[in-house]
Write a protein that binds this ligand. Structure first.
Ligand code: ATP
Ligand code: FE2
Length: 327
C-alpha cells in the first residue's frame, strides 16, 4: 500500500493506493478571494492541514498506518515553499514508520493516472493551471509535441476570472457563465502545435472594459476560442504520430465543453477519447500514490540514509523525466 502526497501548489492532498486501486483521495486546498496564490501562504496552509488530511485519509480508507509500504510525494515541479512542505511531511512519516520514499514528478502523475481509464498509448492533452502541453510517449520519455509559449490555460482562465472579480479558481465559474453566452471573435493563437494565451487575455480585458458585451459572451467566446486551439493542436499530434487515442489530463480537463470538443474531434477521425473523473484530473494525492506504486514496484524507491539526500526540483519538465517503469 502506497501513500501519495501532493503539495506542488494550492492543494495539499493525500491518497492511498493498493494494487492500482484507489482506497482514498483526500485534499484540502488553499484558496484566495482576491489576487493570485502567494507561495509562502499556500505552504503555511499545507503545514497547518497536513496531519489532519493524513488522519482523514487513514480513516476513509479504514487502514492502519503500519500497513503503508512506502511514501510517494510530488518532488517536482511546482512552487518551492509548497514542495518543501510536502517533502518535509514525507520524510517525517517515512522516518516514523521506518519505510522508503518515492519521488514523483507531478506532471507525469497527471498523465499516468489517465491510464486507469484504459488508454494504452494515447496522445495526451495536458491542460492544467500552470501547464498546457500536447504529449506522446516515445523512446522512454513523455515527449512534448506542442505547448503554451506563455502561460498555462488554467492560469489564463483564472487570471481573466479574477479580472471579472468572480474569484479563484475561475474555471468552473467561467464554464457556468459560458452556458448563456454568444460568440464574439477573438484572436486565435496556434502555431504548429504550440499555443499562446497572453494576447487573448489582453484582448478579452479590452473588450470587457469597452462595456459593449456582457460577461457571458466573453466567457463563451473565451472557451470556444482557446479550447478549439487545444483540440486542433491535439488533432495535429494524432495525425503526426498516427496514434488512435486521445487522453485528457489536468484540472482544465474537468471542463465539459472541452471534453465535448475532444469527443467530436475524435469521433470525426476514428480515434478513441478518454478522460479520468474530475477528482483525478485536478491536483490530488491519489495520482501521486498511483504512479508511486508503479515506480516502487520497479525498484525506484529510496531507502534509509539515502532519504536525507532527497530534494525538490521546482523546474523539472515532463520531458526531463526518464520513464524507467514503462515497457
Ligand atoms: P499544474 O498541474 O500545471 O502544476 P495546477 O496544479 O494548478 O497546475 P490543476 O489542479 O491540475 O492545476 O488544475 C487547476 C486549474 O483547473 C485551475 O486553473 C482551474 O481554474 C482549472 N479548472 C478546474 N475546473 C475547471 C473547469 N470546469 N473549466 C475550466 N477550468 C477548470
Ligand atoms: Fe496539477
Amino acid at each position: 500500500m502506497i501513500l501519495g502526497i501532493e503539495s506542488t501548489a494550492h492543494t495539499f492532498g493525500i491518497g492511498l493506493v493498493e494494487n492500482k486501486k484507489i482506497l482514498c483521495n483526500v485534499k484540502d486546498s488553499y484558496t484566495t478571494k482576491k489576487g493570485g496564490i502567494i507561495p509562502i501562504d499556500a505552504a503555511k496552509h499545507h503545514a497547518l492541514v497536513c496531519d489532519k488530511v493524513y488522519e482523514e485519509a487513514l480513516k476513509k480508507a479504514e487502514v492502519n498506518e503500519n500497513e503503508i509500504t512506502a511514501i510517494a510525494f510530488s518532488s517536482a515541479p511546482g512552487l518551492s515553499p509548497c514542495l518543501i512542505e510536502g517533502m518535509k511531511f514525507a520524510k517525517r512519516k517515512a522516518e516514523e514508520l521506518g519505510i522508503g520514499v518515492v519521488c514523483v514528478n507531478h506532471c507525469v502523475a497527471h498523465l499516468e493516472i489517465g491510464r486507469m481509464t484504459g488508454a494504452k498509448d494515447p496522445v495526451l492533452l495536458y491542460a492544467s493551471g500552470a501547464n498546457t502541453q500536447i504529449i506522446a510517449y516515445a523512446g522512454g520519455k513523455y515527449r512534448v509535441f506542442g505547448e503554451t509559449l506563455d502561460i498555462g490555460v488554467g492560469n489564463f482562465i483564472d487570471n481573466f476570472a479574477r479580472y471579472l472579480d468572480i474569484g479563484f479558481p475561475g474555471g468552473p465559474k467561467i464554464q457556468k457563465l459560458a452556458e448563456k453566452g454568444e460568440y464574439i471573435e477573438l484572436p486565435y493563437r496556434l502555431k504548429g502545435m504550440d499555443v499562446a494565451f497572453s494576447g487573448i487575455l489582453t484582448k478579452l480585458k479590452q473588450i470587457h472594459d469597452s462595456g459593449k458585451y456582457n460577461v457571458e459572451d466573453l466567457a463563451f467566446s473565451l472557451q470556444e476560442t482557446v479550447f478549439a486551439m487545444l483540440v486542433e493542436a491535439a488533432e495535429r499530434a494524432l495525425a503526426h504520430t498516427d496514434k488512435k487515442e486521445l487522453l485528457l489530463g489536468g484540472g482544465v480537463g474537468c471542463n465539459t465543453r472541452l471534453q465535448e470538443m475532444c469527443k467530436i474531434m475524435c469521433k470525426e477521425r476514428g480515434a478513441k477519447f478518454f478522460v479520468p473523473e474530475n477528482s483525478l484530473l485536478q491536483d490530488n494525492g491519489a495520482m501521486i500514490a498511483y504512479l508511486g506504486e508503479i515506480m516502487f514496484n520497479k525498484g525506484l524507491g529510496v531507502k534509509d540514509k539515502d532519504i536525507d539526500k532527497i530534494d525538490i526540483n521546482s523546474k523539472e519538465r515532463t520531458d526531463d523525466v526518464v520513464v524507467k517503469w514503462r515497457e
